[in-house]
Write a protein that binds this ligand. Sequence first.
Ligand code: MEV
Length: 328
Amino acid sequence: MTTTSSAPGKVYLFGEHAVVYGEPAVPCAIERRASVTVTERGDDRVRVSASDLSLDGFTVEYAANGDGQPDVDVPTPLIEAAMGYVEEALAQARDAAGRPDAGFDVEIESAIPLGAGLGSSAAVAVAGIDAATRELGAALDPVDVADRAYRVEYEVQDGQASRADTFCSAMGGAVRVEGDDCATVDAPDLPFVVGYDGASHDTGELVAGVRALREEFDFAADTVEAIGDLVRRGEDALAAGDLDTLGRLMDFNHGLLSALGVSSRSLDSLVWAARDGGALGAKLTGAGGGGCIVALAEDAGVETALSLSPDCEESFRAALATEGVRAE
Ligand code: MEV
């Protein structure tokens, strides 16, 4: 048998990083999906091939029980990180189905650049758990898939993860996450434009950096709390469909993330290109360090303004994905 599932990436309207310390966050799923196809093998080995917007593609083969070194054709840290998510997702599926020795051929196709702040790892973990579990004849509802995908991120990121990315990818739409409380929320049509600088980051490292800053300086801890206050204001604006206030709060959120040291020269330059192009607001999205910004813009000029920036690799309009994980 062969089973395919897909799951969407996401942008953070507000609240990344602070969500790791129990503040609320509002990520929104976007119509850029990762799709994982799984075929059970007759042995306990795993073979993974992947193609991604930002990679030429790679193939990795190793034993399900961890025996032997992965045969990595393209040994970049990014691929090793991606493999960590796949490996843990398969372990969750084996556990859910009670099949500890199951081996798989896995094919990943993703329109979400790796490590760029659009939730590629969460989408691959969510789609991978769903496909592999169904391939083994078991079924999980999206909330259980989200919970297991969170455990994958927690494991791979050395305990530096919130439930936000994985819950959003599994459920779709706009969600609110505060600690272990996760819920979907009503949202108007949000005119997101994404700018991508072509860079990638290590989420675990960036989260660890914020943790260190927070421990060193009380005012960094205050900054994290201020993001929480901002998110609560943002939730009111979201409920009222007040795009102007949402935009202003996105600008403010970017400033606070910059203060926490997770922006970069190119992310700042994309944020300014979007603002100069008429965006209602713009901020980095995800862990930061490099990758993507998200702007709120009804005006078509913002996509053009972004694409003309020397720091921009790609810019695109991203519709809210109302569907989370789904069988393909
Ligand atoms: C990464 O996409 C979002 C962070 O808040 C980490 C997390 O919530 O797990 C930086």
